[in-house]
Design a protein around this ligand. Structure first.
Ligand code: LAG
Ligand code: CA
Length: 474
């Protein structure tokens, strides 16, 4: 359905940023399926601007659509279809990053990645086709310069041009049908859902109409009949504007950016981890929220690990992701990055002609060549098994925190502990049945006693995480 993916109970999606389709297909087959991942959020597959003037081929050119033809920096339509079919064949779902609030930015013209001509200033995108009548009339935007500049006014947020990107008029039947046609084309190929870019900048009723016109998932690709696509809606709500995540309830999972801040603070100060879900902050209900430690935007625009965690602080990041996968709140997404140093704009690892380089896997099953592959880091992918074995409704209990150690139970199914520094040897109360279990991270055997207590030992100072669960092994 809109709020939960068709994933046979698997609970973790990864965002592979800027990978080629040929590499995603291989990753489904060689790693993601066995690791128990639900699926992959891929970069926008549609035709995009090819930008060289401001910067050579920045990653963000893909957030400037030219048409819905499936030719992008990640590959051709044939390669996209082959990826979707191969991933579905091994039970890994593909979720498309759908950029449908806008087209390319004003001042841009030329040809897109599929060769379609366009002229933004003339509001002319013949590859769809879209013309001037398909863009939000300027008199509906209350800002002086036509750009989004007042987050206190929903008309400004939704009817004005976001960073001068030509804003589609989603109230019209034609735009709704064009977007729904794009969604349906993807679903017919075998795509299982969407991340809707800039959903905050779209009127919920417009997006809802596009969603409702979209086909059911393709039964030939292994989906049950009458299954709706899964939607992850990019709604940036930090209690700081007129648009709230709650306005999108019922339309899919809403991005919960307050979680990113909560988990970053919590890893710096364990005492704050108990409050990662804070309804007092207006955070989305657990069954509505999409939670993640970072995404491609906030990993680039943070002020350090106390603001947003990322691969740049590997130990803190591992703790943040492990805690996220262990705790009960929300549906979880994990970032898989390429390293960008201090360069906000730089695109993915590339060859001399700027085509994207292939992902390289080394002898330790880690990535090389500038690809970070957080989703392959041992304490991260192993925790996916733990989360898949839990029920969101279990909540947590036996919560323990002393500043350096945090631990809790997940009902009768699991128990999790992590430490900030040093090593640990301590007894904790669990809710689990007596028996022998394997720590999914270290692979050490431990015994839960008849009174539910367990002696926890953590000695790996780089991955100081412990997790046991019913039906899991290492
Ligand atoms: C998103 N979510 O709601 C994306 O996650 C985010 O990455 C997108 O911005 C944004 N919304 C629009 O889809 C990115 C970059 C922007 C970039 C934009 C379009 O963060 O910096 O803007 O994509 O490529 C760039 C220039 C702007 C310029 C604009 C239009 O940075 O200065 O005005 O292009 O030409
Ligand atoms: Ca808009």
């Amino acid at each position: 359905g809109y709020e939960n993916p068709a994933c046979d109970g698997k609970t973790v999606v990864i965002q592979v940023f800027e990978w080629k389709w040929t590499d995603v297909a291989l990753e489904c087959e060689r790693f993601l399926s066995q690791a128990g991942y639900c699926g992959v959020q891929v970069s926008p597959p549609n035709e995009h601007a090819v930008i060289t003037a401001d910067y050579p081929y920045p990653w963000w050119q893909r957030y400037q659509p030219i048409s819905y033809k499936l030719v992008s920096r990640s590959g051709t339509e044939e390669e996209f279809i082959d990826m979707v079919h191969r991933c579905n064949a091994v039970g890994v779902r593909i979720f498309v990053d759908a950029v449908v609030n806008h087209m390319a930015g004003l001042g841009r013209q030329g040809y897109g990645s599929a060769g379609s001509p366009f002229d933004s200033d003339a509001l002319d995108f013949p590859g769809v086709p879209y013309g001037p009548e398909d863009f939000t009339p300027r008199d509906l935007c209350p800002s002086g310069d036509g750009n989004v500049n007042n987050y206190g006014d929903p008309y400004n947020v939704r009817n004005c041009y976001l960073v001068s990107l030509c804003d589609l008029y989603g109230a019209t039947d034609y735009v709704r049908q064009s977007v729904a046609g794009y969604f349906s084309k993807l679903v017919d190929i075998g795509v299982a859902g969407f991340r809707v870019d800039a959903a905050k900048h779209m009127w919920p009723e417009d997006l809802q109409a596009m969603m409702d016109m979209t086909h059911d998932l393709n039964t030939d690709q292994g989906f049950p009949s009458n299954t709706r696509p899964f939607f992850m809606l990019e709604v940036v709500d930090r209690n700081d504007g007129a648009v709230t995540v709650q306005e999108y309830y019922g339309m899919g999972r809403v991005t919960e950016f307050r979680y990113c801040q909560k988990i970053a603070w919590g890893v710096q100060n364990f005492e704050q981890l108990a409050g990662v879900y804070d309804p007092g902050w207006g955070m989305a209900d657990s069954d509505k929220a999409l939670v993640f430690v970072d995404n491609h935007d906030n990993q680039r625009s943070n002020g350090g690990p106390g603001d947003t965690l990322s691969y740049k602080w590997p130990k803190d990041y591992r703790l943040g992701v492990a805690f996220t996968l262990a705790q009960p709140y929300g549906f979880t997404r994990i970032m898989s990055s390429y390293s960008f140093g201090d360069d906000y704009d730089v695109g993915p690892p590339h060859l001399s002609d700027y085509t994207t380089a292939s992902v390289v896997i080394d002898g330790d099953n880690q990535c090389e060549g500038g690809w970070v592959c957080e989703h392959r880091w041992p304490s991260i992918y192993k925790m996916v098994r733990f989360r898949n074995a839990m029920e969101e409704t279990d909540g947590w209990d036996n919560y323990y925190c002393d500043g350096n150690v945090v631990a809790f139970s997940r009902g009768t199914r699991g128990f999790f502990a992590m430490i900030k520094s040093g090593t640990l040897s301590q007894t904790f109360q669990t809710g689990m049945p007596a028996g022998t279990y394997e720590d999914v991270v270290s692979c050490q055997s431990v015994t839960v006693q008849s009174d539910g207590t367990v002696q926890v030992t953590i000695t790996n100072e780089e991955e100081p995480v412990f997790a046991i669960c019913v039906g899991c092994d290492c």
